[in-house]
Structure formats: structure tokens, C-alpha cells
Design a protein around this ligand. Structure first.
Ligand SMILES: Cc1ncc(COP(=O)(O)O)c(C=O)c1O
Length: 390
């Protein structure tokens, strides 16, 4: 058993886990907020960091990233996601968030528009807007994951330069089907727009679902797709800030590299993080598989316990270690429910507020599953008891 209480270093989390988590909540509060695992990472990652550190040489790395890391990435994305690329088109960056910003800065300007699903992680709107463009929201039904391709096409104007895809979709856990991806890809080809393809969640797929990369569908679609990935979700190393972009061709790579500012040293991923992430891709899939088994059990507990609460109903996510229950039956806003749970149940969750996920998220709260069964069950019981006194 790899994912028990013994694999959580609570003391270290209380000192080090920021971003709405253990280090930021009062003693006694269980944070099921930011999607960052409570578990210690796989030992192979630490061993790689130790080996590198023992050389006592922390010189600047190459701006385009370590060749061995880029080679590992191109091999892994082909084997696991059927993305055909090579090391020369892979650009390591210091997180998926940074990768999204680089993509937005490369292909969006003031006055441009980008299609963004609603609800979705706030980073899409944020990166699109910081590039000066406007996010045009495309609603997705939270419970069924349904969206309309016709509505997407109708939203495309001469100003549209990008479709932003989050597959699987945080916060609702939708895994896009091959048919849906083909339709989105064909729109991009037809209207000559880019696809910002965020696959940070692509390893967190529950057993009944199947992940397809939009970059694997056809050469035409791949040629419009810039894929971004980060190691935070799959390998519990968010603090190492490691991710990469895959450009569809050399021209696009050159533009992305230019916009990334990597050549200036103003930004960049440290060699240490690249070594750690390479170890994750080379040696830690066994760890991820065990993590997925654990998450499948926690998802079941979460769904059962949430669906027992009158006024709460929760659909089954196909991917992401998140549940996103509908709380409209409680007759309060998601922010009110979140505040109540924080005070009364001493459990922190993320409200389905527009600032986090877009207006389509209201009426829901987001709960992270990536903790131990003991901690999660305790949190669910506290929520059940608190809601009884609502
Ligand atoms: C959809 C999505 N993209 C990007 C990120 C950012 O990940 P990173 O830690 O690599 O910046 C997250 C993290 O929550 C996410 O959910």
C-alpha cells in the first residue's frame, strides 16, 4: 500500500504546502482545496535530485532545456499519448501555468479572442487576458459534460485566434471523447485558429474512461495544436515547477521559444527540476498506477458520502482527482457554503465562484481527492454532520 497515512508527511505539509493548503489553514482544518496531492513523491525522484546535487555544480542550464529530458519527453508522449514529436520541438518550462502563458503570449494580441470552456480552471482566462485578448466562454454542462460544437463555431469571429482545451477538464473531470476532439480539431483547421491543448490532467483517468490526445488525431489537427503538460498533478512535485510545451513544427517552436524569454534567463526551469521530472517519466509510472487505484477508491467514498447529503448531488468525474458536487439544493451560494464548511466542519473546499472557474461553476464546490482514506473520510463525515445543522 503506497497511499496510506504513512505516506503523508503532515508536519512537512503544515510548513510547506501553500496555495490554500495545509500551511495556510488554522490547525485542525482539513484542506481539500488546491489540486495538489498530500502524498510524498516517489523515492526515485528524490534519488535523482540527490545524485545531481552531489556533483555540487549548479551552473546555468541550456535555455532550450536538457537534451536528455527532451528526449525522454518525446519518447513518453509518443508511447503514452500517441503524440508524434521529437526533442527539437519540446520546450521545457517552469510549470504548465507558465507554458499556458507562453502559448497565449505567442499567439494572442490585444483585440484577439480565444474560446474558453466554462467552467474551467482560472488559468485559461488569466493567461488569455494577460496577453491582451478576450476570453469568449463556451458553456459545458457540469453533470453531463455536454457542449455544443455548433455554439463554438458560432462564437468564432475574425478576431478568434485560439481554442483553449483542458483535457481532462478541471473542475468537472470530463474526459473529451475522440469524436468531440475531432470536431474541435476540425473547427481549428477550418478557421485556422490555434489549439492551446492543456493535458496536465491526462494521466489522471479513471478506469472506465479513455484519454485521447487531440494532437494524435491527424497531421492537420496536430499542426494547429500546441500541447502543454506539467508534472504537478501526476507526480506530486508542484513545488518543483516543472512542465513542457510541445510545438507542432519548427516555425511554431521558434515563435514559442522567442516569446518564452528563456534565452534571456529572465525565466526558465531549473536543471534540478528537469532531472526530477525526467526521473518521474522514466521510473515512476508504477507509482502513478498505484495512485490511480487509490484515487478510484477515494472517488467512490466521496461520491457515496456526498450523494447521501440532502440538497447535494454529485456526478462521477472520468478524470482529475476532483469531485464537483452540485450544492444548489442547500439554497446558499457556493461561497456561503464554503465559508460555512470552513467554520463549522473545519474543512476547506474551493467555491464554484466565477473567479476560480468561470460563471458556469456557481452552485458547486470543488473537493480534492488526493489524500489518504482516513483524512478524506474524516472530512466527508464532518461535511455531512455540518450540513445537517445548516
Ligand atoms: C488545468 C490546469 N492547468 C494548469 C495547471 C497548473 O499546473 P502547474 O503546477 O504545472 O503550473 C493546473 C493546476 O491546477 C490545472 O488544473
Amino acid at each position: 500500500m503506497l497511499f496510506t497515512d504513512a505516506h503523508i508527511n503532515k508536519v512537512a505539509l503544515q510548513q510547506r504546502a501553500f496555495n490554500l493548503r495545509w500551511a495556510t489553514v488554522p490547525e485542525g482544518v482539513i484542506p481539500l482545496t488546491a489540486a495538489d496531492p498530500d502524498f510524498m513523491c516517489a523515492p526515485e525522484i528524490v534519488e535523482a535530485i540527490e545524485r545531481y546535487s552531489k556533483e555540487r555544480t549548479f551552473a546555468y542550464g541550456p535555455p532550450e532545456g536538457l537534451l536528455s529530458f527532451r528526449e525522454t519527453i518525446s519518447k513518453v508522449v509518443f508511447e503514452r499519448k500517441n503524440i508524434k514529436t521529437h526533442a527539437g520541438l519540446v520546450l521545457p518550462v517552469d510549470s504548465a501555468a507558465q507554458g499556458m502563458m507562453v502559448i497565449a503570449n505567442t499567439y494572442l494580441q490585444k483585440g484577439d479572442e480565444a474560446l474558453v470552456f466554462d467552467p474551467v480552471d482560472f488559468l485559461f482566462k488569466t493567461t488569455v487576458e494577460q496577453a491582451g485578448a478576450k476570453a469568449v466562454l463556451i458553456p459545458v454542462d457540469v453533470a453531463t459534460g455536454h457542449f455544443s460544437v455548433a455554439q463554438m463555431e458560432a462564437a468564432i469571429t475574425p478576431a478568434t485566434k485560439m481554442i483553449c482545451l483542458c483535457n481532462p477538464l478541471n473542475p468537472i473531470g470530463k474526459v473529451f471523447s475522440k469524436e468531440e476532439l475531432t470536431a474541435i480539431g476540425q473547427l481549428a483547421v477550418k478557421h485556422q485558429v490555434w489549439i492551446m491543448n492543456d493535458e496536465i490532467w491526462s494521466d489522471i483517468i479513471f478506469p472506465e474512461a479513455q484519454f485521447t490526445s487531440i494532437a494524435s488525431l491527424s497531421t492537420e489537427i496536430a499542426d494547429r495544436t500546441i500541447t502543454v503538460y506539467g508534472f504537478s498533478k501526476s507526480f506530486a512535485i508542484a513545488g518543483l515547477r516543472a512542465g513542457f510545451i510541445i510545438a507542432p513544427n519548427q516555425n511554431s517552436y521558434n515563435q514559442l521559444f522567442q516569446a518564452s524569454l528563456l534565452a534571456t534567463t529572465i525565466t526558465g526551469i531549473t536543471p534540478l527540476s528537469q532531472v526530477a521530472a525526467q526521473a518521474a517519466f522514466e521510473h515512476c509510472w508504477y507509482w502513478l498506477e498505484a495512485f490511480l487505484l487509490h484515487l478510484t477508491r477515494i472517488r467512490k467514498i466521496g461520491l457515496e458520502m456526498l450523494n447521501q447529503i440532502p440538497g447535494v448531488s454529485c456526478h462521477t468525474p472520468q478524470g482529475c482527482y476532483l469531485v464537483f458536487p452540485n450544492i444548489t439544493g442547500l439554497q446558499k451560494t457556493s461561497t456561503e457554503v464554503t465559508e460555512y464548511l470552513f467554520q463549522k466542519a473545519k474543512v476547506a473546499v474551493v467555491p464554484g465562484a466565477a473567479k476560480w472557474f468561470g460563471p458556469g461553476a456557481e452552485g458547486h464546490v470543488r473537493i480534492c481527492l488526493a489524500t489518504s482514506e482516513t483524512i478524506f473520510t474524516e472530512a466527508m463525515q464532518r461535511i455531512q454532520n455540518a450540513v445537517k445543522e445548516f
